[in-house]
Design a protein around this ligand. Structure first.
Ligand SMILES: C[S@@+](CC[C@H](N)C(=O)[O-])C[C@H]1O[C@@H](n2cnc3c(N)ncnc32)[C@H](O)[C@@H]1O
Length: 246
């Protein structure tokens, strides 16, 4: 095994966002070591090629497709809020599965997608780029767009920029997870579902317990499309019980 391959298999807890590799690199010489690792990993990854073939903006699409295949959370006519949506592959999946584009002869869903980065529109979705989800203004904007209607599914694939320091990255993603959960509690229909991405660590079980206060069940999911070296997992909380108001 050469050094490059050894390093690839050693890069645990390193999380990168999903950008499609546009070209096949012919020559890795002259590239920084990290870039070489990234390129080699992309080349060896079947989901990168599959995403290209199926017109998804990135390989992450297959994570949501696999979650949905097994757990059936998305169907025609449902309303979805997609947090941390750029570059938009989960939004594409959400639009297709809920028929938010109205292309199928079935109930028409709605998809609202938000990210702190700008991203290109997805036909059939309401896309809010350049908006930090943790900012109150962003959440107010989403609430206005919903016009008081409740949501069937909240998705959070939000992830902070990874520092490589496991504890810090875990703490940061947990903060995003709680932001998604708190917002979901405000906007979800009874029996609604919530999918939250996590990088596993010491605070995961506390989050799971907190979710169980408001949802009937919480499943820990690791889709096949999650990279082997990643600590990524998803919590799927189902059966929103509502919040008691006095
Ligand atoms: C793994 S990527 C999401 C990929 C996306 N689900 C897709 O399939 O195309 C994580 C995203 O979370 C976003 N993010 C991180 N913190 C955020 C925040 N506070 N508000 C909104 N988006 C955030 C990042 O900008 C990044 O685009």
């Amino acid at each position: 095994m050469n050094r490059l391959y050894k390093d690839i298999s050693r890069t645990r807890n390193v999380h990168t966002c999903c950008t499609l590799l546009k070209e096949t690199p012919r020559n890795l010489k002259g590239k920084k070591h990290d870039s070489q690792l990234w390129l080699m990993r992309q080349l060896r990854d079947p989901y990168v090629e599959k995403a290209k073939q199926e017109n998804y903006r990135c390989r992450s699409a297959f994570k949501l497709l696999q979650i949905n295949e097994k757990h059936n959370i998305l169907s025609p006519g449902v309303t979805v809020v997609d947090c941390g949506a750029a570059p938009g592959s989960w939004t594409q999946v959400a639009v297709n599965t809920t028929n938010a584009h109205g292309k199928e002869n079935s109930p028409i869903g709605k998809v609202y997608a938000v990210d702190k980065l700008p991203f290109y529109p997805v036909e059939g979705a309401t896309v809010l780029g350049n908006m930090d989800f943790t900012n109150a203004k962003t959440q107010e904007t989403l609430l206005k767009l919903l016009h008081g209607n409740k949501v069937d599914v909240v998705l959070s694939d939000m992830a902070p920029n990874a520092s490589g320091m496991k504890q810090l990255d875990h703490d940061n993603i947990i903060a995003l997870a709680y932001a998604a959960m708190k917002f979901a509690l405000r906007i979800s229909k009874a029996q609604g579902a919530l999918v939250i991405k996590l990088w596993d660590g010491g605070k995961s079980s506390e989050l799971e317990q907190d979710l169980l206060r408001f949802y009937d069940s919480v499943k820990v999911i690791r889709p096949d499309a999650t990279r082997d070296e990643s600590t990524e997992q998803f919590f799927l909380a189902r059966g929103f019980k509502g919040i008691k108001t006095q």
